[in-house]
Design a protein around this ligand. Structure first.
Ligand SMILES: C[S@@+](CC[C@H](N)C(=O)[O-])C[C@H]1O[C@@H](n2cnc3c(N)ncnc32)[C@H](O)[C@@H]1O
Length: 205
């Protein structure tokens, strides 16, 4: 299976110039609904993991301390440009979601939109999110998931060999992933294409 961090860095560098054309409008409403599930308070320290070009920025409150990371330098550059055009102060860094360079118990909110289905080891990414989240922190996830009630069918797993190499994994299940990482799911809302895309809000258990 061709889904490695090295390959993701290459391909998202190539996708960066056209990413907004594909993802801005399509995910606008899903993003808005995911972010609306967070219990926001002024001054919160917030981390966007795998932040891409920063399409979440317009949906986030202004009175927060905002940090953003992505594996791809090209994505981070675009995010910085978006932040500047929106007049937002964002600390943006190139960083692997599987090895976050932040202390334990540091963030009030971690946002993972459209990354758990992309990164090769989502369990490792969630373990890192949990580590850097404060005990009463909130994890905001929006992504496509296989239904929790049943594992992906054989044809779907076959198709996944292709989709995971060029776009996204289509076999991952939200509830097992989050629960095994030690999160308690508080909200789980279908936000796009029936129940394929879901917005989840979870807290460290
Ligand atoms: C589908 S895009 C989602 C971008 C953004 N979160 C959004 O909602 O539009 C996936 C992003 O994850 C980034 N990515 C992939 N693997 C990563 C990793 N291991 N660590 C950090 N970012 C990663 C890619 O560079 C890309 O920007």
């Amino acid at each position: 299976m061709l889904n490695t961090t090295a390959w993701n860095r290459v391909r998202y560098g190539l996708y960066a110039p056209v990413y907004d054309l594909v993802a801005e409008r399509a995910f606008r409403e899903a993003r808005r609904r995911a972010v609306a599930q967070v219990d926001w308070r002024p001054g919160m320290r917030v981390l966007l993991v795998g932040a891409g070009t920063g399409l979440d920025l317009p949906w986030l409150p202004r009175d927060i301390e905002l940090h953003a990371t992505d594996l791809s330098p090209a994505m981070v550059r675009r995010l910085e440009r978006r932040a500047e055009s929106l007049g937002r102060d964002v600390q943006a860094e190139v960083m692997d979601a599987e090895r976050l360079d932040y202390p334990d118990d540091h963030f009030d909110v971690v946002v993972m939109h459209l990354i758990l289905a992309v990164m090769p080891d989502p369990a490792r990414g969630l373990a890192e999110a949990r580590r850097v989240l404060k005990g009463d922190g909130q994890l905001c996830v929006m992504d496509k998931f296989q239904a929790d009630a049943r594992p992906a069918s054989l044809p779907r797993r076959g198709l996944n060999a292709l989709t995971s190499a060029i776009a996204t994994d289509i076999t991952r299940q939200a509830r097992p992933l989050l629960c095994e990482a030690g999160f308690v799911i508080e909200q789980d809302t279908p936000v796009m294409m029936g129940t394929l895309f879901r917005a989840l809000l979870a807290r460290p258990g």
